[in-house]
Design a protein. Structure first.
Length: 82
């Protein structure tokens, strides 16, 4: 799980139990669960917004080589007239 050795997880749980005590663990677990739900909800909303924006954005056509040649020859003509 997350590349963490199981012994570290048990050690972490023991330290949390010592710091918070058995009475506050259910509160702490509920708070962590609620925070994770809110984070997932926000992440999903942002993903949906980005996806919708990407789909609604119109594609801009890329100029072809003949258009680039015509533009460059026009600009060369204009600069030589000056």
């Amino acid at each position: 799980m997350f590349g963490i050795h199981w012994a570290y997880i048990i050690l972490l749980l023991v330290v949390v139990l010592i710091i918070f005590g058995p009475g506050r663990l259910p509160e702490l677990g509920g708070a962590v669960g609620k925070a994770m739900r809110e984070f997932r909800k926000a992440t999903t909303e942002i993903t949906n917004e980005v996806t919708a924006a990407a789909q609604s954005k119109p594609e801009q056509p890329t100029p072809t080589s003949t258009e680039n040649t015509a533009k460059s020859s026009t600009s060369e003509t204009n600069s030589s007239k000056s």
